[in-house]
Ligand binder design. Structure first.
Ligand code: NAP
Length: 295
């Protein structure tokens, strides 16, 4: 509250009921449809996280702008997570964990990072930062997005037609796509089959975007059949991942409970206050969420 710099802050809902106040701005993580149905239009809506799929029920509303958080702390956490996951898989840590349990000393061959090709689905704020971090370690990085890039630190393939060629050149696929109608189920058996076909090495998958963008049955089948050699997974559909899901029991899978990049109130609150100040001065805060597009 001290950080609010004299502005009044209200919390919804109180004891399950909404307070009868129209906010100037609304900061939201999981949007409660009751709020938008019952209250007049706020000046702006701020999503408290990088992901904005929780706002999809508002698609079609054009009476208020929606802004998202871009927080260097959040972005750095994602870059850390993806770098960790790539190293975990490429440096064969699951094998060492198994060997340690059995007290086996058996050093395998190791590929240099410079010979490993990492592909990032979704080269937005998170994807670009993760790609830069991976490049610093020496990985060959490329990306895939909806639109072409002018000044990307690594090559980015754009659009659906470019997807198969992008995938064929990848050893480790990183998914950082938002959940939208277009991306739902996009990472499926076809994607896993094409992956890395231009080389006979190992194929790995990292998912820190959204669970819904992956066909989970296809992922499980690919891991069971050896089409994929391993995975690091942070996001699922549904969450929490049910206890009877076969992914829990797989030696070649590391599961983390949606913690790749947690929002930190200490860094996000000042940013939102800065944006509220911009609104008050008549300036438009960036970046905007396109509800029709879904991110
Ligand atoms: P962003 O800046 O909005 O970037 C999204 C990227 O996805 C853009 O490069 C966009 O392409 C691409 N994209 C969207 N739809 C596409 C499509 N149909 N085909 C190809 N590319 C498409 O989002 P961000 O900040 O990087 O975050 C990405 C996602 O990470 C979030 O939406 C959220 O789901 C997830 N996330 C997870 C955690 C966690 O803890 N696990 C934390 C934060 C965020 P263009 O550049 O061409 O528009």
């Amino acid at each position: 509250m001290a950080a609010a710099q004299g502005r009044k802050v209200h919390f919804w809902p109180h004891d399950g009921a909404f307070a009868p106040i129209t906010p100037y701005v609304l900061c939201t993580w999981k949007a409660d449809p009751r709020f938008y149905a019952e209250y007049p239009t706020p000046r702006a809506v701020f999503s408290l996280g990088a992901g904005v799929d929780h706002l999809h029920p508002l698609r079609g509303r054009t009476d208020f702008p929606v802004y998202r958080v871009i927080d260097p702390d959040l972005t750095a956490r994602m870059a850390e997570y993806v770098t960790f996951a790539a190293l975990f898989l490429h440096r064969q840590i699951p094998l060492y964990l198994q060997h340690q349990k059995q007290r086996i000393w058996d050093p395998p061959d190791q590929d240099a990072a410079s010979s490993v090709r990492v592909g990032i689905l979704g080269t937005g704020v998170m994807g670009e930062a993760a790609g830069r971090a991976l490049q610093m370690i020496g990985y060959q990085v490329s990306g895939w997005a909806r639109s072409a890039r002018q000044n990307s630190p690594f090559p980015v393939h754009a659009g659906k037609e470019a997807l198969p060629r992008f995938l064929a050149e990848i050893d480790i696929l990183v998914n950082l796509l938002p959940r939208t109608p277009e991306t739902t189920g996009l990472v499926n058996a076809d994607v896993f089959a094409i992956l890395g076909t231009q080389r006979t090495g190992k194929k790995f998958f990292i998912n820190a975007g959204r669970g819904e963008t992956v066909a989970q049955k296809d992922l499980i089948a690919a891991l069971q059949s050896g089409v994929l050699n391993g995975a690091v997974l942070d996001v699922f559909s549904p969450e929490p991942l049910p206890a009877d899901n076969p992914l829990w029991g797989m030696d070649n899978v590391l599961i983390t409970p949606h913690v790749a990049a947690d929002s930190n109130p200490a860094t996000i609150v000042p940013q939102i206050l800065r944006h509220v100040g911009e609104l008050e001065r008549g300036a438009i805060p960036l970046p905007t969420v396109d509800l029709a597009r879904g991110y």
